[in-house]
Design a protein around this ligand. Structure first.
Ligand code: NDP
Ligand code: HSE
Length: 450
């Protein structure tokens, strides 16, 4: 038995080199310092950040108060023979990739929150790490503080995962929630998300769905034992989403969320994987539909366990630091283990990954929400429903806005049963060619998540 006082491990501390002491790096410093005693008791030895590289030395100094060596030159961290683990919290695919590969080549373990880097260059990075016998920790790269990587890789390892659907970008969920609740404009809410530190350095990554696609790429690889295939993700963000569709969706009993969805499918040509990020209507009664603000949630369906839901803060300094430090503890515990006995980076043994094809969007199956602006005259609805019937598309629900006095035009909004995307696209092209239909038809996908 130990007491708080006598629990000073006799083992040499693990020495960590930190690259980037911004939002997440700062949070990591703070939490690691505050909870040092607890973390030491868990890890079996102290974990200490001994060296920090950041472009802004003044900010680094005020954060660390002289308790670590500071440098502007990140190479002085990755090339330092005294550093055991390099924590990369710079971000992006450029210098971060060079530094991570160099740290691996130097035989150092790496912990990173950089989903962009792993989604795009993960196959190369994991191969290099395996060859060198070092570990890459990346719990913080998906859904911030939620331990979803651990859950998928270890907790659910008995399961054949069927599908994952996640709210995995806090910025867009914050924007959609504030727009719906407070009627605020898109731009005003985005500025607030940036001020709160949720948004990426380039917020286009958030609002265009790219950040969610990075995270989905990583989860799909772990869930299905496939390589990272970011370039195959179908990505649509929220920048073209019209507030009116949020309102109409509510009238049907649905909420609109930006979801990352990946599914195992059996097709005529064999097994395939769906990989897509887009605004999605989900029933308002589902727990995940009620995930508001910058919170994240990931629904995972395994054949044995059924549906499981993981909820928490997906961004911010300390929530993300929570995941970074969990990786530091894991790496510390496993550093002396035979690499063969460690949990594989992508859950499946590296030589057991399978190149299952990603399903083209035309073959994806979904329910659909359609909104069309039409002439308010006899026969219009009949023309539209005839086109849908010819494409074997069944209507689930239908709403027509009551036109204003003398307006002569109106909106028709409908939900369909599940069909292939190519059927709905063919129907939309025909509907848009009708002289009584004005402009483009708005198409959104709908998932029941059951
Ligand atoms: P920040 O921009 O807040 O921090 C990055 C830090 O790295 C800055 O201090 C920056 O300095 C410094 N830096 C940039 N280039 C170099 C370099 N060449 N050498 C040394 N330091 C450098 O980013 P975040 O902390 O928000 O994000 C870090 C990573 O974590 C990213 O990959 C991000 O996607 C990921 N992440 C972030 C989350 C969040 O909530 N913020 C959540 C989950 C993941 P300067 O500012 O002067 O450029
Ligand atoms: N920009 C990201 C988000 C940060 O809004 O979710 C967490 O990865």
């Amino acid at each position: 038995m130990v007491t708080e006082q006598n629990n000073v491990s006799s083992l040499r501390p693990i020495r960590v080199g930190l690259l980037g002491i911004g939002t997440v790096g700062g949070g990591t410093w703070t939490v690691l310092s505050r909870n040092a005693a607890e973390i030491t008791r868990r890890a079996g030895r102290p974990i200490i950040i001994t060296k920090v590289a950041d472009k802004n030395l003044e900010r680094a100094r005020s954060m660390t108060g002289g308790a670590a060596i500071l440098t502007e030159d990140a190479l002085q961290v990755v090339d330092d023979p005294d550093i055991d683990i390099v924590v990369e919290l710079i971000g992006g695919y450029g210098v971060a990739k060079e530094l991570v590969l160099r740290a691996i080549a130097n035989g150092k373990h790496v912990v990173t929150a950089n989903k962009a880097l792993l989604a795009v260059h993960g196959n190369e990075i994991f191969a290099a790490a395996q060859k060198k016998g070092v570990m890459i920790g990346f719990e913080a790269a998906v859904a911030g503080g939620i331990p979803i990587i651990k859950a998928l890789r270890e907790g659910l390892t008995a399961n054949r995962i069927q599908w994952i659907a996640g709210i995995i970008n806090g910025t867009t969920n914050f924007i959609l929630s504030e727009m719906r609740d407070k009627g605020l404009s898109f731009d005003a809410v985005l500025r607030e998300a940036q001020r709160l530190g949720y948004a990426e350095a380039d917020p286009t990554f958030d609002i265009e769905g790219i950040d969610a696609a990075h995270k989905l790429t990583i989860m799909a690889a772990i869930a299905f034992g496939i390589p990272m295939q970011f370039d195959k993700v179908h990505v649509e963000g929220i920048s073209r989403l019209d507030a009116i569709d949020i309102k109409y969706a509510e009238q049907f009993g649905y909420r609109i969320k930006l979801l990352g969805i990946t599914k195992r499918r059996e097709t005529e040509k064999g097994p395939a994987i769906e990989l897509r990020v887009h605004p999605t209507l989900i029933p308002a009664r589902r727990l995940i539909a009620n995930v508001e603000g910058a919170m994240n949630a990931v629904l995972v369906y395994g054949d044995a366990v059924g549906a499981t839901l993981y909820y928490g803060k997906g961004a911010g300094a300390e929530p993300t630091a929570s995941a970074v430090i969990a990786d530091l503890v894991d790496v510390t515990r496993m550093a002396t283990a035979d690499p063969e006995n460690r949990v594989p980076h992508l859950a499946f043994q590296p030589d057991a990954l399978i190149d299952t094809p990603i399903l083209p969007m035309a073959e994806v199956e979904s329910g659909y929400y359609l909104r069309m602006h039409v002439a308010d005259q006899p026969g219009v609805l009949a023309d539209i429903t005839r086109i849908l019937a010819d494409q074997r598309i069944s209507i689930d629900a239908l709403l027509q806005r009551e036109p204003a006095e003398g307006e002569g035009e109106t909106d028709i909004i409908m939900l369909t049963h599940i069909v292939r995307e190519k059927q709905i696209d063919a129907a939309i092209a025909l509907i848009e060619s009708l002289p009584v239909v004005f402009g483009r038809v708005t198409k959104l996908r709908l998932e029941n998540l059951s």
